[in-house]
Design a protein around this ligand. Sequence first.
Ligand SMILES: NC(=O)c1ccc[n+]([C@@H]2O[C@H](COP(=O)([O-])OP(=O)(O)OC[C@H]3O[C@@H](n4cnc5c(N)ncnc54)[C@H](OP(=O)(O)O)[C@@H]3O)[C@@H](O)[C@H]2O)c1
Length: 271
Amino acid sequence: MMEAIIITGATGSMGAVAARKLSAQGIPVILACRDLVRGKALMDEILGQTPSARLELLELDLSSQARVRAFVAQIGDRRLGGIFNNAGTMNRHYTQSEDGFELTMAVNYLNVALLTRLLAPNFVPGAHVVNMVSMTTKTATLDMDWNSYGKERFGQISTYGKSKLAMLYFSIAFARRYPEFHVNVSDPGIVDSKIIRLDRWFDPLTDMFFRPLINTPEKGAIPALRALESDSSLNYFVGKRSYRIPDRFLNSPMVDSLWDQASFLLSLNQE
Ligand SMILES: NC(=O)c1ccc[n+]([C@@H]2O[C@H](COP(=O)([O-])OP(=O)(O)OC[C@H]3O[C@@H](n4cnc5c(N)ncnc54)[C@H](OP(=O)(O)O)[C@@H]3O)[C@@H](O)[C@H]2O)c1
């Protein structure tokens, strides 16, 4: 029997593409969505195209640790083929999550770390863990103080970059602790989707001039779909290429420091 892959943010542009493609390949998919009405619409659409699709819809809201734990409780002890950590946000204004963390960091990094670590016992050997990063990781800076940043240090794009860099470090730490899984990151490039709206006056202008030049969700999802088939770990998938995550990230002391910090912030064991 083939185990299911979880796709977070399945109602999003690239999440939906991945759900359609995996379903067409006969892979069971758990659609993890915060909006069950839109999740059900996606499920019906996929079943219309692929009547044999094996789909399940579960609620997942990454803005809250309690809701992440509620999702994991619904999974119970079932075996999983992996997870595509696709959901993400880029909040314009400083906002706090239910647990008191800056919201973009909570949704894109901290609660994804919680979800993935709690699900690790469910993953079968050879399971695939694919984490969405971004080209912003290349220029982002992150220090161990990130959790004490207040409103004054918040920036829509800079905080988003920090969250994706933290996710890259998390991916490395997770891959080292679980060598039996295939753990990789995927960078979709710039993709025409809701997340890249900056909610500024110039959005209509950028829509007009730049959206036609950027990747469609179908193209943006390609590296993640390839990463979901990878038989190795610690690779950076972008476009049609993949390469080993650069040494400056692999050798960074942030890999272990962030893991330990997350263990503390999320009340998890260090393992
Ligand atoms: N678009 C780009 O240029 C780009 C570039 C680099 C990386 N990425 C990354 O690619 C991933 C997918 O983004 P996208 O471009 O496909 O954007 P998108 O269409 O806006 O999809 C984002 C998904 O994340 C979900 N989400 C947001 N907040 C959530 C929360 N609190 N709990 C659960 N789910 C939540 C959204 O749910 P709803 O459907 O309910 O809104 C949506 O399904 C993200 O991780 C993003 O950071 C995107």
